[in-house]
Design a protein around this ligand. Structure first.
Ligand SMILES: Nc1ncnc2c1ncn2[C@@H]1O[C@H](COP(=O)(O)OP(=O)(O)OP(=O)(O)O)[C@@H](O)[C@H]1O
Ligand SMILES: [Mg+2]
Length: 397
């Protein structure tokens, strides 16, 4: 029978509150971190330059929202006290180099993207544009890990005045990253300049996630439409995984949608469990959708080892399983070194966990791999790949 849009139940009072982009009014779970940020920005109120700050922590920990919140505070203070302050916020997610960040910042500030210039010219343009902004400029570079080791913008900007590129003004940088390796691998020069202050956003625990969710529920849902275990369960599941507020909110939203779409008046624990399954599946699908057949074969090898309880496994072990599988399906086998690269791609996609091990002179440095996603769901998703033939059935038999 055709479905009618009138069949759904009206359990939300304002579901936009559950969007990732919705900005909460307060962040009591981040009081300590925001206090540290406050101290880093406090020199502005004294007519001086804020400290360069590096904010880091895993995904969904309120880094972006926390920094935005504190800077709005500072903005209001500056307006009330006639302080000449400019805040430039920029996400580096799509950039791979300092050059790209600099040229996109110029585009943002001047409305015109510099094309075909060398790095020095682009940086000069950036300084010209910053000079025009005024006395104190704070540049927030979010998702800064995208630039990898090409990180010189992170010391060029904080040092712009000292190096004579700017006059009578201050530029400070707040870098935000969710990649711990990026922080560890920053060049010593950058560490020296950018990391005056380092603020770590530690993963939320279940109690904190419950309080974050409760505040959203009040605004997002009508009264009494959530059974009492819904919030604790969303919080517990997210806490067990990455401690991400984003993930906890996603579980809650999806559970609400599932209840509403099936015409039910109450969101229950079952909806939350179903929501988790749907979200996990989507994230695996998204993680491997754009990957190659070789990636899928490497993943199949990991799945097979996982089923046999042989993970975490070293590259050699994964490779042996991999060649067994490629022989079976009649696919081309590639060299072990390249299979390791594919495993790293899967690691980036969040489907596989790669762990670095250093076992002294004898063991040397090597990687251990294991499945990072839910086993059952990964098998389901891989089963849809026809090239893998009956391999999945054999693995699970
Ligand atoms: N303490 C909190 N109270 C209310 N909502 C929060 C809190 N912390 C995070 N959130 C919400 O969780 C979601 C993720 O937060 P945010 O985008 O700031 O994470 P992030 O640390 O920047 O993650 P990423 O590294 O992935 O960019 C947002 O919707 C945000 O509003
Ligand atoms: Mg962020």
């Amino acid at each position: 029978m055709a479905r009618s849009f009138t069949d759904q139940t009206d359990i939300f009072s304002d579901e936009t509150v559950l969007y990732d982009s919705w900005t909460p009014e307060k962040l009591p779970e981040r009081e300590t971190e925001l206090d540290d940020l406050h101290d880093a920005l406090a020199p502005v109120a004294r007519g001086a330059s804020p400290h360069n700050t590096f904010v880091y922590g895993k995904t969904g920990q309120g880094k972006t929202v926390g920094v935005t919140y504190k800077l709005e505070d500072l903005r209001a203070f500056a307006d009330d006290n006639d302080i000449d302050l400019s805040v430039v916020r920029y996400s580096c997610a799509k950039d791979n180099t300092s050059y790209q960040v600099a040229s996109n910042l110029v585009a943002e500030l001047s409305g015109e993207k510099p094309r075909g210039y060398d790095k020095k010219t682009v940086f000069d343009r950036l300084y010209d544009n910053l000079q025009a902004l005024g006395e104190t400029v704070i540049i927030v570079l979010d998702e800064i890990d995208s630039i990898g080791t090409d990180d010189d913008i992170l010391y060029e900007l904080p040092r712009a005045r000292a190096n004579g590129h700017l006059e009578d003004m201050w530029v400070s940088v707040i870098g935000i990253s969710n990649d711990f390796e990026f922080r560890d691998n920053l060049s010593p020069k950058v560490k020296d300049t950018l990391c005056d202050e380092e603020i770590h956003f530690a993963p939320y625990d279940a109690r904190e996630l419950r309080s974050i969710l409760s505040r959203r529920v009040e605004k997002a849902f009508k009264n009494d439409v959530l059974s009492e275990d819904v919030i604790p369960l969303c919080a517990a599941m997210a806490a067990q995984d990455k401690g991400s507020a984003r993930q906890a909110i996603r579980y809650l939203y999806k559970a609400g949608e599932l209840a509403s779409n099936s015409g039910e008046e109450l969101v229950t624990e079952d909806h939350v469990r179903e929501a988790e399954a749907v979200i996990e599946r989507k994230s695996i699908e998204r993680g491997i959708r754009d990957l190659t057949t070789q990636d899928h074969l490497a993943l199949t090898a990991i799945v097979s080892l996982e089923v046999d309880g042989e993970t975490p496994a070293r590259t050699k072990q994964v490779y042996a399983k991999y060649t067994e599988i490629t022989t079976h399906v009649g696919a081309e086998s590639i060299a072990m070194r390249r299979v390791r690269d594919h495993l790293q791609d899967l690691n980036l996609a969040g489907v596989v966990n790669a762990m670095e091990r250093n076992e002294g002179i004898q063991g040397g440095q090597h990687y251990l791999f294991e499945l990072g996603a839910d086993l059952r769901t990964t098998i389901d998703v891989l089963q849809e790949n026809e090239r893998l033939g009956d391999v999945m059935d054999r693995i699970t038999a």
